[in-house]
Design a protein around this ligand. Structure first.
Ligand SMILES: C[S@@+](CC[C@H](N)C(=O)[O-])C[C@H]1O[C@@H](n2cnc3c(N)ncnc32)[C@H](O)[C@@H]1O
Length: 376
């Protein structure tokens, strides 16, 4: 198992982390808001349509989908439109296509958009939704950490903008067969797509206790991590966990219910992040972003978790610092990684109007930077 600090070793991560089980992120803390997000989504959903789960899913259970208009409400719509400044002749990569809400903003502004997602169901949905834009919209299935492998990039094209709106969509959270929800019976899956390296069942039934404690504590900020991991170990020796409710009930029995938040909320979030190697993918994507953008191209990143935001903030701070200085150096030295200019010095937070319309937005942060033209 590989333990990595996401900031200090960002470039090393690019080369080594893809096959690692997960990254260790010591001492970083994050918002409990994010941990509540999946519960909130589940509570808000309305089932209205039934389709069959795509073949890569671990269970061929029916998937209960919401109306297509409810697929996912994009966060920061006005800010994304303004900071991306999409328009005719512009080429934008939407690294997290999801329901296609942000992509549609860019398409309406006249841009050409490539939508990337690791979830084939999201790609199929967005292709249908955005079909009216013809060949101005195309898709690529894969992890955004693999940006340099996108055919357009391989052919030498560079984008005017790259958006990453991190995490899972409302649709993914609300579909029982995807296994993200602790309120709906489904397989313990939690993969965003077939490229995710493991299922939640593998983690819950096979990982050593110490690793379970660590992800619950670090990714979930779960103060009862030890008690929950102990209960999981005891239960799995009797019978392996199969469903989301098996796990949610085990957690509830172990730590009880306090307040309105479901006791499994933080554990589900932590397992989801480990299943999909979310921090590792982000670290690699940041390191690769300059290879996908034109000089002057814009990088917009929306985070929902303080570990993610810290990774983005430190990356951008380092890459936008022209000179490095340390006590003991006779003078500041040029930063060899200097690449970006911060367009907004601080993270942008949603206003009260957006939060009341879209409660999911409350823990969102947007950071915006521009790739420098260092050739002139
Ligand atoms: C929050 S949703 C994006 C919603 C989208 N902006 C919209 O307007 O509908 C995140 C989407 O990104 C995808 N995703 C998350 N991490 C990814 C990664 N590392 N590579 C590719 N897709 C990813 C998820 O599958 C999900 O569909």
């Amino acid at each position: 198992m590989l333990f990595i600090h996401p900031i200090l070793t960002l470039d090393a991560v690019h080369h080594t982390v893809a096959s690692a089980a997960f990254a260790r992120v010591p001492g970083l803390r994050h918002s409990p808001d994010e941990a509540e997000r999946s519960g909130q989504h589940a509570a808000e959903s309305k089932q209205s349509d039934v389709r069959t789960a795509p073949g890569w899913l671990s269970a061929q259970a029916p998937v209960h989908f919401q109306e297509s208009g409810d697929y996912h409400l994009p966060v920061f719509p006005a800010e994304i439109a303004e900071w991306m400044a999409a328009g005719p002749e512009k080429f934008i990569i939407d690294g997290t296509l999801g329901g296609g809400g942000h992509s549609e903003i860019f398409l309406k502004a006249g841009a050409r958009v490539l939508g990337v997602d690791r979830d084939p169901e999201a790609l199929a949905h967005a292709r249908g939704r955005l079909a009216a834009y013809g060949d101005r919209f195309s898709t690529w299935e894969g992890n955004f950490s693999r940006l340099p492998e996108i055919p357009e990039i391989q052919l030498g094209e560079r984008a005017d903008g790259l958006l990453m709106d991190l995490g899972v969509s409302s649709r993914q959270l609300d579909s029982a067969a995807r296994g993200f929800s602790f309120r709906r019976e489904g397989p313990l899956d939690m993969r965003m797509g077939p490229s995710s390296p493991r299922t939640a069942a593998e983690i819950v039934n096979r990982w050593p206790e110490a690793d379970l404690v660590r992800i619950l504590f670090e990714y979930g900020e779960e103060s009862s991590a030890r008690r929950i991991a102990g209960a999981i170990l005891r239960q799995r020796t009797v019978k392996p966990f199969e469903t989301t409710l098996d796990l949610a009930n085990c957690i509830e029995k172990a730590i009880g219910r306090h307040g309105r938040t479901h006791p499994a909320t933080k554990t589900f979030q932590a397992i989801r992040m480990a299943v999909n190697e979310e921090l590792e993918s982000l670290a690699i994507a940041l390191a690769n972003a300059s290879r996908a953008l034109k000089p002057g191209g814009r990088l917009l990143i929306i985070t929902f978790h303080s570990l993610e935001d810290r990774l983005v903030k430190r990356f951008l701070k380092h890459r936008s610092t022209r000179f490095l200085d340390e006590p003991g150096w006779p003078e500041p030295r040029p930063n060899p990684d200097y690449q970006f200019r911060l367009l907004a010095r601080k993270a942008i937070a949603p206003g009260p109007a957006e939060i009341s319309l879209n409660p999911r937005a409350r823990s969102a942060k947007l950071r915006v930077a521009q790739l420098l033209d260092l050739t002139s």
